[in-house]
Design a binder for this molecule. Structure first.
Ligand code: SF4
Ligand code: SF4
Length: 355
């Protein structure tokens, strides 16, 4: 993401001004029906800038790392090599290049689900792109500026992105969010339509946010996601889901899908929205989705053929807001495979010679 993605309407000054308003709205304002209408209005005016945050002393890093190590030692974390490659590089430790860091700021940005139409042989296929897989136009630089101006509010302090920490755990331990049964992080007033981002700073906040691990109250009497997960990776017995069965793990990376992921299980261009769309804690937020520019017949056919040229990559990167598999030849096979899975009825209408 970079600041060039901000539209002219969202100049940096306007962005910060609106962010400040969003960041200081009270928690109560976002409860109930009023909450949703207020959020809808906010999104209509400035779609990408609603955030909440908490701060925590880095003195808690030892406890945070113990949380993760405890799960690992009890065998609760999937041993799947893709998952391990993600989590093994994360660690709660003060970075070597910022030894004076005293606090960490964890931010949750409301991020909309996006829809995009693909056209093929006169038919339209509407496809979802979940939050986090496209650029919402808000850069690290923008968030750093917000932290300086609205969170620290004093000059002279350093702020650096923390990209090697477990963001969900940090959000839950800070009280910014709570875990759901599906192991996603839910934030009041946003559901789990969020992007989490963390930053180190050498500023020491008066308040130190720290709480016990918390499960959503709504999950105590609800098993919707348990029943709806197509691959049965959510269990009633274990809090930690079986990540090694989660569709997301497999459609984010190259390679063939395992045979047990049936074609009918695919539901998003990347990731999986099944356990989120029906969650009562997300009620209303999915309806705040956005729409990206349509992908033409010609472009859809080229994607399915898996032969991107520079013109196609540029067009798709713009239309799909830097959706990663659409932005480079290296990741394009992911796009081709995932789109084929989603619009497979349409594939039978294409001549073999087109492939
Ligand atoms: S669907 Fe129900 S059980 Fe699952 S995360 Fe949402 S509230 Fe919790
Ligand atoms: S993202 Fe999909 S596969 Fe993964 S737990 Fe949720 S419903 Fe199941």
């Amino acid at each position: 993401m970079d600041s060039s993605m901000l539209s002219s309407r969202q100049s940096r000054r306007g962005f910060l001004k609106n962010s400040i308003i969003a960041g200081t709205l009270s928690y109560l304002e976002y409860k109930g029906l009023f909450a949703l209408s207020a959020l809808k209005e906010r999104i209509r005016k400035s779609p990408d800038i609603f955030y909440k945050y908490k701060t925590m002393s880095v003195a808690h890093f030892k406890e945070l790392q113990e949380d993760i190590d405890g799960l690992r030692n009890k065998g609760k974390l999937s041993r799947h090599k893709i998952y391990r490659s993600y989590i093994d590089e994360l660690k709660f430790e003060i970075p070597d290049n910022f030894p004076t860091a005293k606090s960490i700021v964890i931010i949750s940005k409301f991020t909309r689900l996006m829809y995009v139409n693909f056209h093929l042989n006169g038919k339209t296929y509407e496809v979802m792109i979940p939050p986090q897989y496209y650029s919402d136009g808000i850069s690290s630089e923008d968030l750093t500026e917000i932290i300086h101006k609205e969170i620290i509010k004093k000059p002279g302090y350093r702020v650096e992105r923390a990209d090697k920490v477990h963001l969900k755990l940090l959000a839950v331990r800070s009280g910014l969010g709570k875990y759901g049964r599906n192991n996603l992080c839910f934030v009041d007033g946003m559901g789990n339509f969020i992007t989490l981002v963390a930053f180190f700073t050498d500023f020491e906040f008066e308040e130190d946010h720290w709480q016990e691990l918390a499960l959503l109250d709504a999950c105590r009497n609800c098993v919707i996601c348990y029943g709806i997960c197509p691959t049965n990776c959510i269990t009633k017995e274990n809090f930690v889901i079986n990540v090694g069965r989660c569709i997301t793990l497999f459609n984010e990376v190259k390679g063939k899908f395992p045979r047990w992921i049936l074609p009918s299980m695919h539901n998003a261009l990347v990731g999986c929205m099944k356990c989120q769309l029906r969650c009562p804690e997300n009620e209303g937020f999915a309806g705040l989705s956005g729409r990206l520019e349509d992908v033409t017949e010609d472009e859809t056919l080229k994607i399915l053929q898996g032969k991107p040229d520079e013109g196609l990559l540029n067009s798709l990167s713009r239309k799909l807001k830097k959706f990663v598999p659409a932005s480079s030849k290296e990741y394009f096979p992911i796009f081709t495979r995932n789109l084929r899975a989603l619009i497979r009825p349409g594939l039978s209408t294409i001549k073999n010679s087109d492939f």
